[in-house]
Design a protein around this ligand. Sequence first.
Ligand code: NDP
Ligand SMILES: N[C@@H](CC=O)C(=O)O
Ligand code: NA
Length: 429
Amino acid sequence: MKPVKVGLLGLGTVGTGVVRIVEGNQQDLNSQVGSPIVIEKIAVRSTDKVRSVEIDAAKLTIDPWEVIRDPEIDVIVEVMGGIDQTKEYILEALERGKHVVTANKDLMALHGSELLAKAQEKQCDVFYEASVAGGIPIIRTLIEGFSSDRIVKIMGIVNGTTNYILTKMSQEGASYEDVLKEAQDLGYAESDPTSDVEGLDAARKMAILGTLGFRTNVELDDVTVQGISSVTKEDITYARKLGYEMKLLGIATSSNEHITISVQPTMIKQNHPLASVNGVFNAVYVHGEAVGETMFYGAGAGEMPTATSIVADLVAVVKNLKLGVNGLKAIVPYKTKKLQSTDQVFYKNFILLHVDDKAGVLAQITQVFAEYDVSLASVVQQPNEHNPDAEIVIITHRASKANFDKVLQHFEQLDVIQRIKSVYRVEDI
Ligand SMILES: NC(=O)C1=CN([C@@H]2O[C@H](COP(=O)(O)OP(=O)(O)OC[C@H]3O[C@@H](n4cnc5c(N)ncnc54)[C@H](OP(=O)(O)O)[C@@H]3O)[C@@H](O)[C@H]2O)C=CC1
Ligand SMILES: N[C@@H](CC=O)C(=O)O
Ligand code: NA
């Protein structure tokens, strides 16, 4: 059988794993698709770099166009990252009738609909399983496994780097900076880790999951985003004392006409299955009207888990090639839903305040909550070990985001409050 020729853009963490799997599992892959899969050319930034896989130097190029324009190549595997220039490469590859497999959530969250439309026009596949939750086959699950159901809620720990950091801070008391460096060394973090720690990477993944799960176009701008860079060991200790774990959680909901979608550090009840997802592991909880609760778990980043998804997509492309059905599987969102307004978004909150240690302070604070109709589940006041202020730890009942934001604004003006130290969403379903 004629070999299927692959052009690889990138030979970093993920690209290296792709080479290992394609070469190491050749026989298995061949018997599934009926053809050898051959990596024909590889674009890298530097051809002089020492690589941890053996590569024929003649296959390397520093010019991605050389790979895209090679008429011998059937499938482009894009694992180099980047947005604008990379979009040009992929559009040109599709224009030339090449199928595309990518791990690039930045690109798919921002330009996925344009790329998928071009793919359909050219009867090509664009598969991107590796872009969300690394090794977990969540994209295929949402497209195929839940095609019969209406998804109402998706909650996800979808960034491996931040989950690794929070776990190490929580379980080993490690410092944020040290663990971030470790995550970078292990190949989990993005080339600019700001997008991991500030929540943007997770937001991009949630936009992709929301689009597929709710079959409506979820834009990146729809996602409210807060990262973990200001989470302290003290916050994590408080969370644990109260029976919660701190996780960077993506939460998306869908009703008949509206969606809500956000990413933020969240205190999740210790008995919720998402609370025990640790280290680089990711998990996506999907609630469907008919199926009820489901959850998918696995490594969210790293060389081999991510490469597993890439090569599975490659196998899917080749199977489609054999059947002559490429380009038919793109999900085109067909529903139009609006973002829910903040007066209709309800959840519980944790708030840690540093206040003057004198009579009447607590009364002033509870008065503000009452004014905006935010009722309180618990209030604990204690002296602060490090300075003369007192600490007040409050957990609210479910309140609208709009009202809770008004409480915070009011607190900024209140003289007895020295500092709003921390505020977190609380999930205890
Ligand atoms: N790391 C992970 O766990 C995961 C990553 N992803 C996504 O996969 C993609 C790749 O990530 P990762 O492997 O970690 O990244 P790396 O930084 O490890 O690798 C990037 C590769 O692309 C090459 N490259 C970068 N820019 C260019 C360019 N302009 N021209 C030619 N080659 C270029 C680099 O060349 P050189 O080697 O010479 O520097 C390198 O081989 C990203 O989109 C990332 O978001 C998705 C899921 C998980
Ligand atoms: N930087 C990302 C890599 C996978 O998408 C992460 O940490 O999850
Ligand atoms: Na995946």
